[in-house]
Every structure is written in C-alpha cells, then in structure tokens.
Design a protein around this ligand. Structure first.
Ligand code: ATP
Length: 311
C-alpha cells in the first residue's frame, strides 16, 4: 500500500506538488501520467524519501517515509529518469554494490545477483563493464539494481525509454510478474499504450495536482468506462439535451447536433434504454459504437476537462 496525504512540494518560486493525496492498493501497478512539468518526478522522489515535501504525509507498507526514511528505503526500489551507473564496474559489481548498500551480503547476494540479472536478460553481461553496455542494457541493469533487494514498492521513472520493442515487451512481462509476487509499482511514462498493457490504475497529475485517479481493473469488472460514439442521419438540436443525463459525471460530453462521443457508466440495459429514448424522441440514429475507453482517451479527457476544454 502507498498512501500520500496533502503533499506540498516547492522549488524556489515554484509549487511543484499542490495538496496531492491518494491511496494505492498493495500488489497494484499505477500509471503516473501527466504533461511535461506536471510534477511526476518530484512526486516519485518524495515517495522514495529523496526529497522532503514542505508538508503532508507519505506512508509505504505501514512506514511513515518522512519520519523513517532509512527504514522506508529498505522497502523501496527507485529507477530515476536519468540514472547513473558506475561505468568502470562490471554488471556483477554494480549489482553487488546495490545489494550491499541495501544490507544484503554473502552467498545469498551472489545468488540473487545471478537471479535478477537472468530476470532482466543481462546474465551474459555479468562480467562486462557497465560502461560498455548499450543504452537498453544499461537501462535493464539499472532496473535490476532497483529490485535486487526485493523491495515491496517499486518506483520507475520512464523505464521504457531507450528500450527496443522486444525489451519493452520483456519489461511489461517483468512488471506483471513483480506484481504477481506482491510488489506495488508506480510507473511514470508518456507511452500510454504500453502502460495500458499492465497497469491496474492511473493517476493523472497536472500542474502539481491530481486531476484523475481511476482503478482500471475495477472499471473493466463493472463494465464502466465505455466510450459511446453516436451519429444521426440528420442533425437534431435535441441531441445534447437527450444525452446529458446518461453521461458519466466525471467526463464531458463531446457533441454537436449530429454526432456525439462520451463516456458511459451504465450497463447494457441502461444503454438499450438510452437508445430507445433517442429513437422514441424521433432522433434518426444511424450509427452507434461502443468501445472500452483506452488509457489515452481517459487521460486526454481528464487533462482536457481540467483545462476547461471540451464540454
Ligand atoms: N530543481 C528545480 N528547480 C526549480 N524548479 C524545478 C526543479 N525541478 C523541477 N522543477 C519544476 O517543477 C515542476 C515539476 O517538475 P517535474 O520534473 O516533477 O515534472 P515531470 O512531470 O516529471 O515532467 P516531465 O514529464 O517533463 O519529466 C516543473 O514546473 C519544473 O519546472
């Protein structure tokens, strides 16, 4: 479990986090998304106990991160967006160093280094210098360093950047496996299509504030979060008015007099009733499609809505 309460973080002259609160369930993967400068890196650094917020609270696995940062560090793995490696050390030495700095040692650490290098597909690079690895291999080594101590929480800032398509697929698979082992992950990325493959929730930050937090698995199970696209054979000024009561409260209705798209929170019976009400009102519906709202849809709507855009 990861909890944040009323977090405020300020750089000189710039409030980067503004009263950020959320609760993420254990064994979940949350996509942390938002425009450039939204505060994602700042939030991850605060959760990792690397930056101290001006006010607020952070709790990880029952530990107050601000009061007990050292204890919290043992439970946290963190991959920064611009990670550094010791170029002159071998992959094995890098992993041993990361393990020792987290309190591991002895034969258990030696075995763990091989295990984690195998998981990340760099076991054949154990004796190569980190500086001689490719960009993608270095990225995988950095992820291996972040999980060598089996943290219960993993924070990844843009983990897929620099990875080839095969490695990205491998990363998705790794995330799912770590989650199935009970790890709680937060992944910041701009590649929403990839996040969709493995994330269980989405936290949208904009200008330092949480503008949306949704649980994607729950949404699928409840059949909510569906996008409806509808078109009339001829325009009708009543379209908006008739649709308005059926639109999910948290997202806007995008409609003119002939076509509309909106998020629908009801089930199949409600959808059937909606269609019947349009036809009963004499609207010439000639097209209606239903699709599961993609992460991209949900994200763009949340950001757009917050800016006071589409309505
Ligand atoms: N060291 C700093 N000094 C002053 N302002 C900073 C500093 N670091 C970040 N900021 C500002 O804080 C805000 C949040 O930055 P942050 O890096 O957390 O955003 P981000 O969402 O991770 O962005 P990106 O998607 O571009 O990586 C931005 O407006 C940024 O300009």
């Amino acid at each position: 479990m990861i909890g944040a309460g009323e977090l405020v973080y300020e750089y000189p002259g710039k409030r980067a986090l503004d009263s950020v609160s959320f609760l993420l369930p254990a064994a979940s993967i949350t996509a942390l998304v938002g425009p450039n400068g939204a505060g994602k890196t700042t939030l991850l650094r605060c959760i990792a106990g690397l930056d101290e917020p001006y006010s607020g609270s952070i709790e990880i696995a029952g530990i107050d991160v601000l009061r007990h940062p050292r204890e919290a560090h043992r439970h946290i793995g963190y991959l920064p967006d611009h990670f550094g490696l010791y170029a002159e050390l071998s992959t094995r030495q890098c992993l041993l160093h990361a393990g020792r700095s987290r309190g591991l040692g002895g034969e258990a650490l030696d075995a763990r280094v091989v295990e984690v290098a195998t998981q990340l597909g760099i076991v054949d690079k154990l004796d190569d210098k980190a500086g001689s690895l490719s960009r993608g291999q270095r990225q995988r080594l950095a992820i291996a360093q972040a999980i060598v101590h089996r943290p219960s929480v993993l924070l990844l800032d843009e983990p897929a950047s620099g990875l080839d398509p095969e490695s990205r697929a491998g990363l998705s698979e790794l995330m799912r496996r770590l989650r199935s082992e009970g790890m709680t992950l937060i992944v910041s990325s701009h590649i929403l299509a990839e996040l969709e493959e493995y994330c269980t929730g989405m936290l949208v930050l904009q200008q330092g504030r949480v503008v949306e937090h949704r649980l994607l698995e729950q949404q699928t199970a409840q059949g909510t979060g569906r996008m409806i696209r509808l078109r009339l054979a001829q325009a009708s000024t009543r379209l908006r008015e008739l649709l308005a009561p059926h639109v999910s409260a948290r997202t806007p209705l995008d409609a003119d007099t002939q076509k509309a798209s909106f998020e629908f929170s009801g089930g199949d019976d409600e959808l059937s009733a909606l269609l019947q009400s349009l036809l009963a009102a004499g609207l010439p519906v000639c097209e209606l499609s239903v699709e599961q709202a993609s992460l991209q849809d949900a994200y763009l709507r949340a950001v757009e809505h917050d800016r006071g855009g589409v309505s």
